[in-house]
Write a protein of this length. Structure first.
Length: 330
């Protein structure tokens, strides 16, 4: 094909490429969501004509539309190294995989920025309907890498160093050192992730066996989450972000252990129940009760005026006066 013929055919296929980009992204996002795999992002792109022609010339291709399989490309940017094989299996289950290229296992650490798992795939035949009619035999590429792999690749790409041999000898030592630091950080993020899961599991185990043993722990996200679920099994449980916010408020007020928190909860519990009965939360349901975080905040608002005022930037907390008096009379 002449260059003009290639350009004409590429332009004619543009809408089909865009459709393939949209549909492959839709299938991949849905599969990730259903599998409960968290990910950072899935950037996509369709090559522009210049990039396509450059690749055709580099490959000296006589059949460019068959030889170039990454006109449409997707990249799954994972959070942790252990997510990569899980995402890989999901891709195999969701698409017809034509080829795989593992650029992670066995690659030298000085090549960290170029690590990723590459798949060339096609849409499965069982995806039927007008939206898939023209997409069945069109290949596209999916890359899978971590956030740090992607960050280092982007920086090195910006510097125009595609491989380590491109780097001037005088800069190579720093280049390798930086690449190694990113590699170590990625590995330690994975270790930290696993340790975090172990910590959360340990707190849940303590909570299920013995509340007295649980309250001997420091106040952190894992221990406070386990404490709230044990203390309030019949209340709505809050997400980690909400627990983290109330943990910060408690820490700022000087509450750094679960024992300190539990002492205040025990002392204020009956007064809080009176408050909740008189001031139930706005709700469409019949069971108008505060979630676990709401209960903790109100308990400390009543029991500790300093906590209440600091949470409200020093504004008065008149609504709790009656209940503070009740607490003092206990």
């Amino acid at each position: 094909m002449t260059e003009d013929e290639i350009k004409s055919e590429f332009e004619r296929q543009q809408e089909t490429y865009r459709a393939l980009e949209r549909e492959s992204l839709f299938v991949l996002q849905r599969a990730l969501t259903r599998s409960n795999i968290k990910f950072h992002s899935i950037p996509t792109r369709v090559k522009d004509i210049k990039s396509f022609l450059d690749k055709v010339k580099r490959k000296e291709s006589r059949e460019p539309f068959k030889d170039v399989s990454d006109i449409v490309g997707l990249r799954v940017i994972c959070l942790f190294l252990s997510d990569i094989p899980r995402v890989g299996q999901l891709i195999r289950d969701s698409f017809k995989v034509v080829s795989e290229d593992d650029k992670i296992e066995g690659v030298e650490v000085d090549s960290f920025g170029y690590m990723s798992f590459h798949f060339v795939a096609e849409m499965r035949r069982e995806y039927k309907g007008p939206r898939y009619e023209d997409l069945g035999d069109m290949p596209f590429e999916i890359q899978v890498r971590t956030i740090l792999m992607d960050a280092w690749a982007n920086v090195s790409h910006y510097l125009d160093y595609k491989t380590d041999v491109d780097v001037p000898k005088a800069l190579r030592r720093d280049f390798y050192a930086l690449s190694g630091l990113f590699y170590i950080a990625d590995s330690h993020f994975e270790l930290f992730f696993k340790s975090s899961k172990d910590s959360s599991k340990e707190m849940r185990t303590l909570a299920s066996k013995s509340t007295p043993e649980l309250v001997q722990q420091e106040a952190n996200l894992d221990s406070v989450t386990a404490y709230l679920r044990t203390r309030y099994p019949d209340r709505e449980h809050s997400d980690p972000k909400a627990v983290s916010e109330v943990l910060r408020e408690l820490s700022n007020a000087g509450y750094t252990t679960l024992q300190q928190i539990d002492n205040v909860v025990n002392r204020t519990e009956k007064v809080f129940e009176a408050y909740e009965k008189e001031h139930p939360p706005v709700s469409d349901g019949k069971n108008r009760r505060f979630a676990d975080i709401g209960a903790i905040r109100i308990i400390f608002d009543i029991a500790d005026e300093t906590f209440a005022s600091s949470r409200r930037d020093g504004k008065p907390t008149e609504e709790y006066k009656k209940f503070r008096s009740m607490l003092q009379k206990q």
